[in-house]
Design a protein around this ligand. Structure first.
Ligand SMILES: [Zn+2]
Length: 385
């Protein structure tokens, strides 16, 4: 939030808590998603390799506008679409060798908690009811500080994302207010509540799930960079208004966008590279290595030549490990200088490209023990073949 690195030290004996905004299951399985979730997987594995305990929650946003729009357009039931795309996400991440989150709550199974949070905001006058129940953004000091945006820039982003909605006596009072509970349209799920039959707004879903599973304050909150505004800005405002405790998240970690042919990958532009397509050309470990060869906070361009280079390196690494496994005699411990460099790289704001260079050095020096230790963190359980 300060655009600076912060040290996150878990409180004594308690696990470090991490919440990452998961997929809205309607276009799962592309490289942009894989990049985000592999980066957070490296973070979890690095912390755990260092002896820390991590409690990791990643949600499934199965109640959200883009999902319903897609279901309507394709003439399918939103539940079927969500189930299918959630399976794609889990399949991809399993192949990419992640350490699964400890809990993956689905919004559709958390409605009571979400409603409870919305009602509490209403009774503490952070929310008001007109056509929908809205959060009053002006009731929270510092709305806009997480994303470093002016009021005008926030409104512009809301308009771009078609989240602006209507302002007026029978709608929201101010352009920055956002729905906590809203009426459902045809084909959308509706749950009964004292604010009318309807469904939750997007932001309150994550606040309620993060707090249910990780408590009022969490150590690390992550997601793609496109979520900083309005999603995380709003989550922070609601959560701190609900609990009176600040900060809601001690550190915010946002991953960059993956482009293809110069533009952000998105289904609407038709330039998605699917994880399944990449896996047809390279082993899972190579796909993962290619992803983590990029700095997490920067945007980057997916290139097939980069994936091919990663695959050639993985093959060299596989041969080294196979030779080492066959060789008799005592195994040498991992070289200390190599491991120090590797751990320093990841401790320095998760500098994965530098950690990949350490892995390359370990392969060049034929240090199989160091390669294995680095592989476990960077590549997880992704297959080398
Ligand atoms: Zn979220």
């Amino acid at each position: 939030m300060t655009r600076r690195k912060v040290a996150v030290t878990p409180r004594a004996r308690k696990p470090l808590t991490m919440y990452v905004c998961g997929v809205t299951p309607y276009d799962s399985g592309h490289m942009g998603h894989a990049f985000t979730f592999v980066i957070f997987d490296v973070l979890v594995r690095f912390l755990e390799a260092g002896g820390k305990r991590v409690k990791y929650v990643q949600n499934i946003t199965d109640v959200d506008d883009p999902l319903f729009e897609r279901a309507r357009r394709d003439g399918v039931d939103w539940r079927d679409l969500a189930d299918r795309e959630t399976k794609v996400h889990l399949r991809d991440m399993t192949v990419l060798g992640w350490r699964p989150p400890d809990k993956m709550p689905k919004v559709s199974e958390e409605i009571a908690r979400i409603l409870g949070a919305a009602a509490k905001l209403k009774s503490s006058r952070h929310a008001y009811h007109s056509d929908n129940l809205y959060f009053d953004a002006s009731s929270y000091r510092g709305y806009g500080r997480l994303s470093h945006r002016t009021r005008r820039s926030m409104i512009r982003k809301l308009r771009e994302e078609e989240l602006l909605g209507a302002v007026g006596p029978s709608a929201k009072r101010d352009a920055l207010d956002f729905p906590l509970w809203r009426r459902s349209r045809d084909g959308e799920p509706a749950w009964p509540s004292r604010f009318g039959n309807g469904r939750p707004g997007w932001h309150i879903e994550c606040s309620a799930m993060a707090m249910r599973y990780l408590g009022p304050q969490i150590d690390i909150h992550g997601g793609g960079r496109d979520l900083i505004f309005s999603h995380h800005e709003s989550e922070r405002a609601q959560s701190e208004s609900l609990t009176g405790k600040a900060p809601f998240a001690r550190a915010w970690v946002h991953t960059g966008m993956v482009r293809y042919n110069g533009r952000k990958m998105s289904k609407s532009l038709g330039n998605l590279v699917k994880v399944s397509q990449a896996l047809q050309r390279a082993p899972a470990a190579a796909v993962r290595l290619y992803l983590v060869s990029h700095r997490y906070r920067r945007d980057w361009d997916f290139q097939w030549s980069g994936l091919a280079r990663a695959a050639r390196f993985i093959e060299r690494m596989r041969k080294l490990l196979a030779d080492d496994a066959r060789s008799k005699g005592p195994k040498k411990p991992a070289g200390r200088a190599l491991m120090t460099e590797f751990n320093r790289a990841l401790a320095d704001d998760l500098d994965t490209p530098r950690a990949v260079r350490a892995l390359r050095s370990a392969v060049r020096q034929k240090d199989a023990a160091a390669v294995l230790a680095m592989q476990a963190v960077l590549l997880g359980t992704a297959s080398l073949t």
